[in-house]
Design a protein around this ligand. Structure first.
Ligand SMILES: C[S@@+](CC[C@H](N)C(=O)[O-])C[C@H]1O[C@@H](n2cnc3c(N)ncnc32)[C@H](O)[C@@H]1O
Length: 351
């Protein structure tokens, strides 16, 4: 027996979901053509005026603007036939430094769709998809997705939540940022603590090249350098601080990496592990953030880990208990949750 009311509710939900999916291409066009930033700068504007200003085809633009208004992304005033980007929507689509800038999320959705054939095949053969073989510029998308969180939280909130770490960074510390990707976390820390030395490591050479470019562009090349290295073979030691941003669960052998990191830390050093926010049980993660992370985990994190030796495949939603157990198993005697946001948990591990 079909319950008509429940069917009605579910169809309503699916319309919302399909609408969201339809927004991936539309939002990325708006980003690539500078539409959101222009709308943010101009205030309410007609389609013709916006088309003229950006040199775009008015017919296409009218359709795009209509979609954006139907989505609630733009406000439409029928009296003046103008479209406007409300301040709250601007924080999501136009203001790159905002804590809720989400353009990287849309890029990640596009990269995940590109990746579908490879991951789908892996469902049958059980193999992995190497990080460097992921379709599209997944690396750029992921870096862009995480950057607003790091920009707004890392220096003002997360580092101060660690015991004694800021004082050491201010005095001059040696820091490894493992699995640094495009190096935004490394660059932010290097900028904030010029007396400290930062080395970003990642096994993906393309990401390390990008990280070097970012360090140059942001004027931190003197105290931040980047090397290609797998997390279990870091070619340096005596670190005051080691950081892992959203990468521990991607490693093939996170336990092996944890033991290696422990061996490279000074006895009073700190390991800072930033991981996706997750509860310990599946039923704790049946929410909008869990939904996004389980998708990313299926399409990116699990295949990345399974493509490497050991292939632990922790998954993006490992949860604090599982992470603490793994970190403790590597010889860290104290592990605690130092901070959190809706998207991340920040663990502090000490020897
Ligand atoms: C989700 S990305 C996070 C990148 C970066 N930390 C950030 O927050 O933007 C995961 C990173 O882990 C790196 N990675 C995966 N397995 C690795 C390994 N075994 N050794 C070193 N890096 C690894 C990938 O190349 C990728 O840059």
């Amino acid at each position: 027996m079909i319950d008509e009311a429940r069917l009605h509710d579910f169809i309503g939900k699916m319309l919302g979901d399909l609408g969201g999916a339809s927004s991936v291409a539309m939002v990325r066009i708006g980003d690539a053509l500078g539409l959101y930033k222009t709308l943010h700068a101009t205030g309410p504007i007609t389609c013709a005026a916006l088309a003229k200003r950006l040199g775009l085809n008015e017919r296409y633009l009218r359709e795009w603007l209509s979609h954006q208004a139907a989505s609630g992304y733009l406000a439409y005033d029928p009296l003046t036939a103008t479209f406007a980007l409300p301040a709250e929507q601007a924080m999501v689509f136009a203001v790159e430094e905002s804590p809720v800038y989400m353009m990287g999320g849309f890029d990640t959705m596009a990269a995940m769709l590109d990746n579908q054939p490879k991951v789908q095949a892996a469902f049958k053969n059980g193999g992995g998809v190497a990080w460097g073989d992921q379709a599209g510029c997944l690396f750029c998308a992921v870096a862009r997705f995480f950057r607003p969180g790091y920009h707004n939280h890392l220096v003002p909130h997360w580092l101060p939540a660690l015991d004694g770490v800021v004082a050491r960074l201010e005095a001059g510390a040696k820091v490894a940022d493992v699995g640094c990707g495009h190096g935004w976390s490394t660059v932010l820390m290097a900028k904030a603590f010029p007396k400290s030395q930062f080395i970003g490591y990642d096994f993906h050479p393309g990401s390390i090249e990008d990280a070097r470019r970012h360090a140059q562009a942001h004027g931190v090349a003197d105290n931040a350098r980047f090397d290609v290295a797998p997390a279990k073979q870091l070619p340096d030691k005596d670190f005051d601080l080691v950081t892992c941003f959203d990468c521990l669960h991607d490693l093939g052998d996170p336990s092996g990496a944890a033991a290696h990191i422990r061996s490279l830390l000074k006895p009073d050093g700190t390991w800072m592990v930033v991981e996706p926010m997750a509860g310990d049980r599946l039923e704790d993660n049946l929410n909008p953030v869990g939904r996004l992370y389980y998708a990313a985990s299926t399409m990116v994190c699990v295949p990345t880990s399974l493509s490497q030796e050991v292939g632990t495949a922790l998954g993006a939603q490992a949860g604090e208990a599982r992470l603490s157990e793994l970190i403790g198993g590597a010889g860290f005697r104290r592990v605690r949750r130092a901070a959190e946001t809706p998207f991340n948990i920040i663990l502090e591990a000490r020897i």
